[in-house]
Design a protein around this ligand. Structure first.
Ligand code: DQA
Length: 163
């Protein structure tokens, strides 16, 4: 099973940008922690960061046939991008939205996510731990989808035998 982690604009600046909001941890250190969890759970993981909306959309589309789950922090595009929302809806891969800060406790323009309605769920406000929670959530979802597919296959095989 494979998870693709997509990081939006300015998240490459973590550890430097607005430390009072986002904390001191760098993006590569967050990714190392996620990699540890993935290894322990036998999950393949790949990371992608871009400051460009179109590149994020391209990466989402590439996930088709490649990823079983997506974790995305669309950063500022959370609040503006119908195109990223449409790409997530189009690929039909379980997706978890994640934020370091609690977007619902911040400026009014951050309190609305255009992305959340097409995601399995949103995790917001736990700093780098939000990503760990997203890993737990996506692992659970991927396991459920796998179990459901296996049950469907077993049922199909049973029906074929009865023909
Ligand atoms: C963010 C919240 C967004 O509002 C902001 O534009 C970001 C980071 C977060 O992780 O808390 O860049 O997505």
């Amino acid at each position: 099973m494979k998870v693709v982690v997509i990081q939006g604009p300015n998240l490459n600046m973590l550890g430097h940008r607005e430390q009072n909001i986002y904390g001191p941890m760098k993006l590569e250190d967050i990714h190392k922690q996620m990699e540890g969890f993935a290894q322990q759970n036998g999950i393949e993981i790949e990371f992608f960061q871009s400051n460009l909306e179109g590149e994020i959309i391209d990466r989402l589309q590439e996930c088709m046939g490649e990823a079983n789950g997506i974790i995305i922090n669309p950063a500022a595009y959370t609040h503006t991008s119908i195109a990223i929302r449409d790409a997530i809806a189009a690929v039909q891969i379980p997706t978890v939205e994640v934020h370091l800060s609690n977007i619902h406790a911040r400026e009014e323009f951050r309190q609305k996510s255009l992305i959340a309605p097409v995601c399995a769920g949103q995790i917001s406000g736990f700093g780098p731990f939000s990503y760990h929670m997203a890993m737990v959530a996506i692992t659970q979802i991927m396991n459920e989808v796998k179990a459901m597919k296996e049950a469907q296959q077993a049922q199909q095989a049973q029906q074929n035998l009865q023909k």
